[in-house]
Ligand binder design. Structure first.
Ligand code: FBP
Length: 553
């Protein structure tokens, strides 16, 4: 172990993650029960046509019992894909221990730097010594991550060559919605070409938007939000001590507001915007600003010129007119990228306004130049706008300032500071929940690999109960898909799970936010605890407790 490891990470290394009962006796002692045939969430005919080999297969669940498959040394490759999320190393540890439970001669290859490592055959062999150093550690640094999208025939052929060279039984792609879409597409291609390697996925993302009945949460959400909530709590205490600043905190989460909502449930801010609500109510940017300024004015009238506001990073995309602008920009940039290369922001705006609708051009022109430039940045390899680079929190502060200036009855002060919490939480040492959950997901993937379950994602459920009551199984990835417009074309992708306004987490928040606006109901969650009383060290999120009925609204 390197001397870079702190006393905490050394001590943490010896934590033994717990496993669901069905997995406790090793991958060879797991019996598989098949459910009914499945359908995709929508666009069934189109998805079926795109995935003729892997569409419609059943959900499977694991129970204790003898496997029908004979013991053999497995050769598995693993890829970490997309944004970092706490617990990735434990997924790898789960796969490692799972395949070693089948045979001591099993081999785990780690592809370097994300899907491009698979495509280009860049890998390391993960042996027991290497694995030991990363157990229960945050980060993805054992093999690093990347956002390469695997989509061309040439890329797929290169993956086949690598897979054949290493004689892989399975490839496990640990990723979010886009990366698991990648896994499904690759698995389908392999099967069509008669390649025996299966491709499986694991649900990762701090954003919390990869979930459904079978995936109760994506890993990393728990730890990341706890980390942000600790920082938000610290800021709240500072705000309440100094009583002179408003703090505007943008939180990661891409499109979905799960992180902002969960952080609000953990800390009780004066304002928390929820993008999905803004979209549902068809609010214009000016209305959103007015709503925030109203709270600032309300508190100022009580002599309180301070407060804390949480802002989801995807907010702008959900303000209907700005959302339309963003998708028109994405379409225009996909077709005319070269023509705007090297132009300054003003010239770019001028050119682009010729390719988008008049309404969108008008919205683009009223935005500050900094935000215009950020909105016109290139999309990521999956065609997503890079919301983490848009300084929405600064835009809101500026616009609230202007709004308050136009209120003759506003006699308070508005001194605002901005923060962005995102990267601070993605590589935190996994909470006990994420350490256990990730290890179980990885171990589940080893069972999927052993049983040759192509195009499946690991599914571990019953997460609000103790680990001994967790259940494990596999979920066909095609079941989660729909067709979406990406980078100017229709693509099959896993449907994002956004915040539901009739869901319990939002209802819990909505019932309390008016009170939180005017009072200092702040709670101070403090740092994640790895040891200590269960009710402190093993707590899960409000979101999962409310969604799974373990807590009342
Ligand atoms: P994934 O969807 O790949 O898990 O990434 C999540 C995320 O952390 C988002 O919350 C954020 O918008 C984005 O990654 C930032 O991307 P990058 O790491 O490329 O800056």
């Amino acid at each position: 172990m390197s001397e870079n490891f702190s006393a905490l990470s050394k001590a943490r290394q010896s934590y033994k993650p717990k496993l669901p009962v069905a997995l406790k006796k090793g991958a060879l002692n797991v019996k598989i029960a098949k459910g009914k045939a499945t359908e995709s969430v929508s666009d069934q005919a189109k998805i079926k046509a795109l995935f003729p080999n892997t569409y419609g297969v059943p959900v499977v669940s694991f129970g204790a019992g003898k496997s029908k498959v004979k013991a053999k040394a497995l050769r598995v490759g693993v890829v970490l894909s997309g944004g970092q999320a706490p617990g990735g190393h434990n997924v790898i540890a789960g796969i490692f221990d799972g395949i070693k439970s089948v045979s001591k001669s099993s081999v785990l290859y780690g592809f370097l730097g994300g899907p491009s490592g698979l495509e280009n055959g860049k890998y390391i062999t993960i042996d027991a010594k290497k694995m030991e150093a990363y157990r229960n550690a945050g980060g993805f640094d054992i093999i690093q991550s990347g956002r390469t999208k695997l989509e061309t025939e040439e890329q797929f052929q290169k993956c086949i060559a690598v897979s054949n060279k290493l004689k892989l039984d399975a490839i496990v792609i640990i990723g979010g919605d886009d990366s698991n879409t990648n896994a499904a597409v690759l698995g389908e291609y392999f099967q069509e070409k008669g390649v025996s390697t299966v491709v499986c996925g694991c649900p990762k993302t701090i954003d919390g938007d990869l979930k459904n009945e079978f995936i109760e949460t994506s890993f990393g959400f728990d730890t990341a939000v706890k980390t942000y909530s600790e920082l938000i709590g610290n800021i709240m205490r500072d705000a309440n001590s100094a009583q002179k600043y408003w703090h505007f905190i943008k939180l990661m989460g891409r499109s979905a507001s799960h992180i902002a909502l969960e952080a609000a449930l953990q800390t009780h801010p004066n304002v928390c915007l929820i993008s999905e609500e803004v979209r549902e109510k068809k609010m214009k940017l000016a209305q959103v600003i007015r709503q925030v300024a109203d709270v600032v004015a309300l508190r100022a009238a009580q002599g309180k010129n301070f407060g804390v506001a949480l802002i989801p990073e995807g907010l702008l995309e959900f303000i209907p007119d700005v959302g339309v602008l963003i998708s028109e920009l994405s379409e225009a940039l996909a077709h005319h990228e070269k023509e705007v290369e090297g132009l300054d922001t003003a010239a770019k705006v001028e050119k682009i306004c010729g390719w988008i609708s008049a309404d969108s051009a008008a919205v683009l022109k009223i935005l500050p130049q900094g935000i215009q430039a950020q909105l016109m940045l290139g999309r990521d390899s999956h065609g997503n706008v890079q919301v983490s680079l848009i300084e929405t929190e600064k835009l809101i502060i500026e616009m609230v300032k202007k709004d308050l200036k136009n209120r003759p009855d506003f006699k308070g002060k508005f001194s605002a500071l901005n923060h962005f919490f995102g990267y601070e939480g993605r590589c935190a040492a996994p909470s006990n929940f994420d350490a256990d959950y990730c290890y179980a997901l990885g171990y589940t993937a080893s069972v999927l690999a052993l049983n040759k379950m192509n195009g499946y994602m690991s599914s571990v459920r019953n997460l609000t109960k103790g680990v001994e009551k967790w259940t494990a199984g596999g979920l066909p990835i095609t079941m989660m898909m729909n067709i979406e417009r990406r980078a100017g074309a229709d693509k099959p992708v896993i449907k994002k799970a956004l915040v539901e306004l009739d869901g319990k987490p939002f209802k819990y928040f909505a019932a309390r936010r008016a009170d939180w606006a005017k009072t200092e109901s702040y709670t101070y969650p403090g740092p994640i605890q790895y040891w200590g009383p269960k009710e402190v060290a093993d707590i899960t999120t409000f979101t999962i407790k409310l969604e799974r009925g373990a807590m009342k609204v």
